[in-house]
Write a protein that binds this ligand. Structure first.
Ligand code: SR1
Ligand code: MG
Length: 420
């Protein structure tokens, strides 16, 4: 059968012959109940349940759901998502949903129903704390990024993967345009809180240093194929329940710089931090929660560094920085020096990527629920303005910010209105 989008009405007939699904939901498809729950920008997502169990069915549409059929998008993104999930499962077992079935022609992946997990953004809006969150996310970053690179993989495999994911052109193109370029000019699909932010937006778009920084970062994203990225690692790509976090949605997977996923993720915690003013019932109600969010960012980076360093010392089996040049020559300190230098570059890149992510979620096409659910623009705009200002600082001054304590001191001052 040629590709055809599923609907709630056709789910049972279309999937009732798939053994991997029948094994979970039962053979009697009249007992299956399906509902469409996709709230992302691109795809259809169904939950299909029976008395016995439940699965998630994710199917790509041949266009961008957020925009409509006027923006065609290849179905092959489903292939990249499937392959990325398989690799992430191997590199950090248990952190991504289990895959039950993949149909390339129908561009659909059937996977584990994560229940009662919720998209992390919902927790960040509601003020819910998740224990161990930063630890799990930091380790996921380190394991997937280290183990997807020439630090670890046999280089023939790494090159084959580089070639495989290099074909994810259309989704890469979205990132290249929407993250690095469109926020900095009046691109047709852009929107922002107007007129409240008009002045600041004009200032940012007239800021040549910022535009150079954004394009330098774009060059790094396009040209530094260091490791397999998740490619869209924000708090909408994480599901959480209590102390368990799971990572979903790697359809933007591509080879890119180590710092990209790290910076994107931390930026999303910073946006959640600045959004709290729009969600608290009285000033100061969420102060403790604000500090918890900053603490998660600190833990992510700390765990990332610790786990990446552990893997460097124990799993450095690829062609880069071979032990033959360092440890085997009695130069263990040299290996540590090389690790420190690499992590420093990842840090600087991550700050820059965080900066542009802060901008594109407020100035571009794809916004985030933390800000969008603040209905009153007079309340939303000051939250967004603080994030925009931090973003500018990060992108332009990424080479001179030494640690998160320094950045969080700036974030707190912005939050209190002590710097404009
Ligand atoms: C047109 S797609 C817009 C955004 O949605 C996805 O989740 C990615 O973040 C992308 O940039
Ligand atoms: Mg997504």
């Amino acid at each position: 059968m040629s590709y055809s989008p599923l609907s709630v009405e056709t789910l049972a007939a279309r999937l009732g012959g798939v053994e991997a699904i029948v094994a979970r939901l039962g053979r009697d498809v009249s007992q299956w109940r399906g509902r469409e729950v996709g709230d992302g920008n691109l795809n259809l997502v169904f939950i299909v349940e029976s008395e016995a169990s439940a699965v998630v069915v994710k199917q790509a549409l041949p266009y961008v759901r957020l925009v409509g059929e006027s923006w065609p998008l290849p179905l092959k993104r489903s292939f990249f998502e499937y392959h990325a999930l398989m690799r992430q499962e191997a590199r950090d077992p248990g952190r991504v949903p289990k895959i039950y079935h993949f149909d390339e022609q129908q561009a659909l992946v059937v996977m584990e129903y994560l229940h009662p997990h919720v998209i992390l953004r919902r927790s960040l809006i509601a003020g819910v704390v998740h224990a161990d969150l930063g630890e799990q996310l930091g380790r996921f970053l380190a394991r997937t990024l280290f183990r997807g690179s020439d630090l670890s993989m046999p280089t023939s495999e790494r090159k084959a993967d580089l070639a495989l994911f290099a074909d994810n052109v259309a989704l890469c193109d979205i990132t290249e345009a929407l993250v690095f370029t469109d926020p900095y000019w009046a691109a047709p699909l852009n929107r922002h809180t107007s007129p409240e932010l008009d002045g600041l937006v004009a200032e940012l778009r007239a800021d040549v240093d910022l535009k150079i920084a954004a394009q330098d970062l774009k060059l790094t994203f396009c040209a530094h194929a260091e490791t397999l990225l998740h490619g869209d690692f924000h708090t909408g790509s994480i599901m959480a329940h209590g102390a368990q976090a799971r990572v979903i949605d790697p359809e933007f997977a591509v080879y890119g710089p180590f710092g990209f996923d790290v910076g994107m993720l931390i930026a999303n915690f910073w946006m959640a931090y600045f959004a709290q003013g729009g969600h608290e019932r009285f000033p100061g109600e969420r102060d403790e929660y604000r500090e918890w969010i900053l603490g998660v960012a600190v833990t992510i980076w700390r765990e990332f560094v610790a786990e990446f360093s552990r893997l460097w010392r124990t799993e450095r089996t690829g062609i880069l920085y071979p032990r033959a040049l360092y440890e085997d020559q009695g130069h263990s300190l040299g290996a540590e020096q090389a690790l420190g230098a690499l992590l420093h570059r990842v840090w600087e890149d991550a700050l820059g990527f965080a900066g542009v992510e802060l901008h594109r979620r407020i100035l571009g096409l794809a916004h985030i629920a933390e800000f969008e659910t603040i209905a009153d623009p007079a309340r939303r705009a000051p939250c967004e303005a603080k994030a925009l200002k931090l973003g500018r600082m990060l992108a332009v001054a990424r080479n001179s910010l030494s640690d998160l304590a320094e950045i969080h001191a700036i974030a707190r001052r912005l939050e209190r209105g002590e710097i404009g």
